[in-house]
Design a protein around this ligand. Structure first.
Ligand code: MLT
Ligand code: ZN
Length: 464
């Protein structure tokens, strides 16, 4: 596209049009450095109106537009097309309103998740969505991917927190529905179509988010169990005995735990919180508002399961710094996997009852094809979402990720799961979408895309 003549600088101001060497690394790849973007231009609009003007122009010219945020997505969805526009929402980062009476906050898409957390807490209210990338992920991105993370078990995914949404469609039309209602059955709920559409149906510019009462107590522990079945039994029992306060249940298979804590001890000098050697380790957290009652309830619940033998060892955090140490095991798992790079990583979901079968089958099938392969499993077991890291360990050969994908997704398909639990499809999983969605579902998705973006300018090549 001819940048000088098409008036981009008139829309966003010359300082917010980046071309050539001014396009920094942040706009050319993502944090995993797995994907590459080659935009002709980066634009940094300051308002919904500016986004609309840009899209009108791109629509006229048939130029691809990719909305980008914190660049901590996992599947390449925010990598701008070669020669296209990278539309960075970073300047649209304001929290426009916090309304404690309605328990809502209205935010612009470029607001970083952690900033939104802190602003809510300062007003005594709570935005529950939480994930490792909280310090970089932006609200538009977490809506675009329908992010999940560590507290889905209790408060749901991003979809469950978006009450109102403003988007700009491919032709520049602004669709704004910034209501604060939980209930709204007036016709099709288009908002849910946009959430999780990875920038292929519209550009999210603002949202009204649902807030919750701010928990004032946390009880955090890491517990060891010997079998997967015991771990799931524990999940169900804690969910009941903590009266619905169980907020996180983050599971690591024993060998994964060992690898991560060894590396964290070595590189971060983080002490190993619980002795190694057990089958499974889970970071468990409850939240509430009754300091003495909640602590006592948590201790009673864990003690009962220790006595009953479901839990074989446990470490409970007695201070904020101990809590941070326990969460550090889970939040900084990458430390354990750095020296396995490049590896394949997965984000799948299935019924909790078939998870052990999944792991056993993946390991069997991998061993047949790649005798030296290593695989590690962890994830949000409380909501049925597992992550896996696989390296086929074939020294001297390029990573055969397609062969590994076929093995992992083949087992997911047989077990009736999903190949993309929370990270989305992007470009990374596109070839496998029909392993998890039927022909009729795909037909419907294409029809929707065609209706909303007939020229195919919004994030082309992603999802479909
Ligand atoms: C997580 O749960 O830590 C994130 O989804 C990233 C991942 O580990 O794949
Ligand atoms: Zn995750």
């Amino acid at each position: 596209m001819d940048i000088s003549s098409n008036g981009l600088a008139e829309i966003v101001g010359a300082a917010n049009v980046l071309i050539g060497d001014d396009i920094g690394d942040r706009y050319r790849s993502d944090f995993l450095k797995k994907h590459v973007a080659a935009p002709a231009v980066v634009l940094r609009p300051a308002s919904t109106q500016e986004v609309s003007e840009i899209l009108k122009l791109a629509h006229r010219e048939g130029t691809p537009v990719t909305a980008i945020g914190g660049q901590t997505g996992m599947c390449g969805a925010a990598m701008a097309s070669p020669g296209g526009i990278a539309l960075s929402l970073e300047r649209m980062n304001r929290i426009e309103e916090i309304d404690p009476a309605s328990m809502t906050m209205t935010v612009q898409a470029g607001c970083v998740l952690q900033v939104a957390h802190e602003a809510a807490e300062a007003e005594g209210v709570f935005l529950p969505l939480d994930l490792g990338a909280r310090g970089s992920a932006m609200i538009g991105g977490v809506i675009g991917t329908n992010a999940g993370g560590n507290r889905v078990l209790r408060w749901g995914m991003m979809r469950d927190m978006v009450l109102g949404l403003e988007v700009v469609l491919a032709d520049g039309r602004i669709v704004s529905s910034l209501g604060k209602m939980i209930k709204d059955n007036a016709g099709y709920n288009w908002k849910h179509l946009l959430i999780g559409s990875e920038g292929t149906l519209g550009v999210v510019t603002r949202a009204v988010l649902r807030l919750r009462p701010l928990p004032t107590t946390h009880q955090t522990a890491i517990v060891a169990t010997e079998s997967f079945e015991d771990t799931i039994r524990l999940l169900r029992k804690l969910d009941a005995s903590l009266s619905g306060r169980l907020s996180s249940f983050e599971l690591l298979w024993g060998d994964c735990y060992e690898r991560v804590v060894d590396a964290q001890l070595d590189q971060l000098k983080r002490p190993v919180p619980l002795a190694k050697g057990h089958g499974f380790y889970t970071v468990v957290e409850a939240m509430g508002s009754d300091k003495e009652g909640d602590d006592a309830q948590f201790e009673r619940a864990l003690a009962a399961e220790l006595e009953g033998g479901l839990i074989v060892d446990a470490a409970v955090a007695n201070s904020e710094s101990q809590r941070a140490t326990l969460w550090g095991v889970r939040d900084e798992m990458h430390v354990g996997f750095m020296n396995l790079m490049p590896f394949c990583n997965y984000d799948v979901s299935m019924a909790q009852s078939v998870m052990p079968t999944f792991v056993a089958r993946v390991r069997e099938d991998l061993a047949q094809r790649f005798p030296n392969a290593v695989s590690y499993f962890y994830g949000h077991a409380g909501d049925g979402n597992l992550h896996a890291i696989v390296n086929p360990l074939e020294p001297g050969k390029p990573l055969d990720s397609i062969a590994v994908d076929r093995i992992v997704f083949g087992v997911v398909r047989e077990l009736g799961g999903s190949i993309a639990a929370e990270h989305g499809i992007g470009t990374l999983r596109r070839e496998f979408l029909d392993w998890t969605r039927s022909e009729d579902e795909l037909w419907m998705m294409r029809a929707i895309k065609q209706a909303l973006d007939p020229r195919g300018i919004l994030n082309p090549g992603k999802v479909l």
